[in-house]
Design a protein. Structure first.
Length: 295
């Protein structure tokens, strides 16, 4: 079980989820892209989540989201469940689609941290020497939505019932993170930075003589293949990302104090003190009717 964290409305998170055994269950093609985009847009619409950016690699995905109403756990649970159900039908399989390690949710404290993680997300396939530009990545990506365009995604025909309650189509649009200013300025800044970083990555790849895999090879891979090389182990799973030293100290201290108060309240609750006061940001135990402090 992951350690408790406060779920506070308005925070921005980087979400990362990896496929079981690093297999290519998100390998891009038209069908898989439609499934991913539909499930993402439907979950965001259902729970009032703002999507700032996303990109699905073949065996994992990243998404940067604004948790407007403090419903991040519900959103991610629903999204991951729906993707697993539909993609298991897609690949005619029954076992778990996602890795047994918990998904990563990193709070991005400042606009500069959001900007950096958005570039990291969009440039993933270029940095991995799969394609030479973000625009050439054949998988689901928010790159084409940076101009303010909306994407209407129809409900996939597989898994979903034609007469079911899931919407026949959903609209996917990007939002700008809080406090970053005008959408057009933000999107232009992101686009310019991505293109500049693309050029650097291309130059580095050529200087090292690393061959490009290419779109065709990415799409031709089996969904049951895995990357060549050893599996990363014991990687850092940060709860907070903040380059500013003092803001990071404050954020981590707030997380520490939340966990201390949460643990004390949980112990009292287990001992039968039904009015144990849990700290603001407590999420899961709300369903048990616990009392949440206002400050």
């Amino acid at each position: 079980m992951s350690r408790p964290r406060p779920i506070v409305p308005g925070r921005v998170y980087l979400i990362t989820r990896r496929c079981s055994e690093r297999r290519f269950f998100l390998r891009p093609d038209d069908t898989t892209n439609q499934i991913f985009l539909y499930c993402l847009a439907e979950a965001a619409q259902r729970f009032g989540i703002g999507i700032c950016g996303f990109l699905a690699m073949s065996n994992h995905f990243h998404a940067i989201v604004v948790d407007r109403f403090g419903r991040l756990p519900e959103f991610t649970c629903h999204l991951h469940q729906m993707l697993a159900k539909v993609l298991n039908v897609r690949w005619s399989r029954w076992e778990n689609l996602w890795s047994t390690e918990p998904p990563s949710y990193t709070w991005l404290v400042d606009p500069s941290d959001i900007f950096d993680k958005l570039l990291y997300t969009l440039l993933n396939p270029v940095a991995a020497d799969l394609v030479d530009s973000v625009g050439n990545w054949p998988g689901a990506s928010s790159w084409s939505l940076l101009d303010g365009r909306e994407l209407v995604v129809k409900r996939p025909k597989m898994f979903f019932r034609a007469e079911g309650i899931m919407p026949a189509s959903v609209t996917l649009r990007l939002v700008v993170p809080p406090t970053v200013g005008e959408a057009s300025v933000w999107h232009s800044r992101v686009r310019d930075a991505v293109l500049a970083r693309e050029a650097v990555l291309q130059k580095q790849r050529l200087s090292r003589g690393i061959p490009l895999l290419g779109r065709k090879a990415v799409r031709a891979a089996s969904a049951f293949d895995t990357p060549i090389g050893s599996t990363p182990r014991r990687e850092l799973r940060p709860f907070v990302a903040c380059k500013n030293k003092w803001r990071r100290i404050v954020a981590l201290d707030g997380l520490r104090r939340f966990r201390q108060r949460y643990t004390e309240a949980r112990d009292r609750f287990i001992d039968g003190v039904l009015i144990a006061l849990f700290p603001p940001g407590t999420f899961a135990l709300r369903r048990l009717g616990v009392t949440i402090a206002s400050t």
